[in-house]
Design a protein around this ligand. Structure first.
Ligand code: ARG
Length: 575
């Protein structure tokens, strides 16, 4: 049988329910991890609960439950704990079989999703001519992780980078660049970013320039050759900058995944025509708007979705509507996931509501906005430099890598040369990614390098270290581990039990789109490993004990390596 088909907790719960089935029925079996090792592996306080509602004394209920509980294949004889608790201790041979099943399965017990869906994950999505900021960093990291997890469980994932490459800002950008003498060939993303700021200042202060910028937008949308040429160049320079960042982060996003806002431009008149025909648009102050029931601003006034602006231009709302249609009708999506700042939730609520009303988003297709919180500085305010500028991602990663290099020195690492810098990079990037994921993505989090790039605590480096330590131990063992044959020690059992939880952890991330669940799980594994090393010698043990412990270490290593990879973090062999 497949390891996960006999997933442990559901089986035990079923046994508890079955024991009570006839008499009480319908109860949550209340199965929990045991709070103390002497209580075994699991406990349930169901007798206590039932005593309250049946007026039978708890110990009587517990005795009855015990008499009818059939878990002999999984557990040692269940024991009555104090106050009507029932304690369950798994049979070591059963646990060992579970770990061995994990070892012989490429998916480590994860059950392939049924049905497998085609899921479009929209993430990263930075804006052309602007450097990515911490918000885009978060989207990139979270989206990459979700895409990895959803693919791992067997979904067909389409990654979409909805790059902001269209809109009125290009008028001023192009005009400014031409004013300054055009592109000298050295244009890169930081230079474009600076150009953007100069253009913005001028646009706000110089009405003649603003007029020319507006005319330039019209020229761009009308396909004027010179204008389109400059725009293309800006897009190319920006995408090259983004690619460099993705490579540095080890994020799986390629040019083939880019479908910028501009790619929907030709569909936009049809979006307007179809919505008009469906009677969903109202003209308001020259703009074409959708007023949907339930959307009001703070004063209770209806809140429109602007599908076409008064000047005839299209914006962010229209593009997202066209993108939904494209993703469902052309890409064949069964599900749409958007990894975007939580402050855009109203935008997505409105877009999804209008797309549903128009019949473009049928109920069989789920559309989910995975909103994430802000990255804060140590002062608790949005992450900025001292001078109030947004922090460039490159400088942020530089700092994390420098800190990681210092960490290696502190530990007396023997790595040198390129291996040392590659390791420092993996630690620095891993620390940032882990911090982005571990606290729960909906929440804001404080970016404190000293805490993130540390070997102690719930950090990326801590997990990488746990993996590297296993790798080195297995290396030094001088053999290929076989199977787990004995789990006599409580620390071995605890580790084994945790390892069998891997499929559950991954499946729960796939189901909830909450990567912190996997982080928390891996952290537990790493912590259980420390206790295991302390109490159970591996290389110094001999015979069957040594062999069995090595197999347990191999299983732990595979769980950590696979888990880290799903988080986009390099599982280091050495540190
Ligand atoms: N470019 C947008 C921004 O920087 C994010 C786009 C998110 N994706 C989407 N389909 N709207 O805020």
């Amino acid at each position: 049988m497949h390891a996960a088909e006999q997933a442990l907790v559901p089986r035990l719960e079923a046994a508890v329910v079955a024991a009570f089935g006839a008499e009480y029925g319908g109860w949550d079996p209340q199965l929990r991890a045991a709070t103390r090792p002497e209580f075994g592996h699991f406990q349930t306080n169901l007798p206590l609960r039932l005593a309250k509602s049946t007026a039978l004394p708890a110990p009587r209920v517990a005795e009855r439950l015990l008499a009818q509980l059939r878990v002999d294949d999984l557990c040692l004889p269940p024991a009555l704990g104090g106050q009507g608790f029932i304690n369950l201790t798994l049979r070591p041979e059963f646990l060992a079989a579970q770990v061995n099943a994990l070892l012989s399965d490429d998916l480590l017990g994860v059950r392939p999703a049924a049905p497998s869906q085609r899921i479009v994950v929209d993430f990263s999505s930075p804006n052309v001519a602007k450097q990515m900021h911490v918000g885009h960093l978060r989207s990139t990291i979270i989206g990459d992780t979700l895409a990895r997890v959803l693919s791992f469980v067997g979904h067909d994932v389409v990654r979409r980078n909805h790059v902001g490459d269209w809109g009125t800002q290009f008028g001023m950008l192009i005009e400014q660049l031409l004013d300054e003498g055009g592109d000298d060939g050295d244009l890169d993303l930081p230079a474009l970013d600076a150009l953007y700021r100069r253009a913005r200042t001028r646009f706000d202060g110089d009405p003649a320039f603003a007029d020319r910028a507006r005319a330039r937008v019209v020229a761009l949308q009308a396909g004027d050759g010179q204008t389109v040429g400059v725009w293309r160049r800006m897009v190319a320079v920006s995408l090259a900058g983004f690619d460099a960042m993705y490579a540095r982060l080890g994020v799986r996003l390629t040019r083939a995944d880019v479908a910028g806002e501009s790619s929907y431009h030709d569909d936009l008149p049809r979006v307007v025509a179809d919505l008009t025909e469906a009677g969903l648009l109202t003209r308001s102050e020259g703009a074409l708007c959708a007023f949907l029931p339930g959307f009001t601003n703070r004063d209770g006034a209806p809140l429109p979705l602007i599908v076409r602006k008064a000047d005839g231009g299209f914006g962010y709302d229209a593009t997202d509507l066209a993108a939904i249609r494209h993703r469902i009708d052309t890409l064949g999506a069964d599900r749409l996931v958007y990894v975007v700042d939580v402050r855009q939730s109203l935008h997505f609520d409105q877009v999804f509501a209008l797309a549903s009303a128009a019949g473009w988003l049928p109920t069989r297709v789920a559309a989910q906005h995975v909103g994430f919180g802000m990255v804060l500085g140590e002062d608790g305010k949005p992450f900025k430099t001292r001078s109030g500028d947004t922090v460039s991602l490159a400088s942020l990663l530089d700092a994390a890598e420098a800190k990681a290099a210092a960490l290696l020195d502190e530990r007396g690492s023997t790595l040198t040369g390129p291996a040392r810098s590659a390791t420092a990079r993996a630690i620095g990037v891993g620390a940032v990614k882990y911090a982005d994921l571990a606290g729960g993505i909906g929440r804001d989090y404080v970016f404190a390098l000293d805490r993130l790039v540390a070997l102690a605590g719930n950090t990326g480096p801590y997990l990488q270290y746990a993996h590297a330590r296993l790798a080195s131990l297995l290396d030094r063992s001088g053999g290929v581990p076989g199977r787990v044959t004995m789990l006599d020690h409580a620390a071995e059992q605890r580790l084994a039990l945790l390892l069998t939880g891997f499929p559950g952890a991954v499946e729960s991330v796939a189901a909830t789109l909450e990567p912190h669940r996997l982080c928390g799980y891996l952290y537990q594994v790493a912590t259980a490993l420390s206790v295991f090393y302390e109490e159970c010698p591996v290389l110094r043990a001999s015979g069957d004990v040594r062999a069995s412990r090595l197999a347990l270490c191999l299983a732990a290593r595979r769980v950590l390596a696979t888990g880290l990879d799903l988080l986009g973090i390099t599982a280091l062999e050495r540190m």
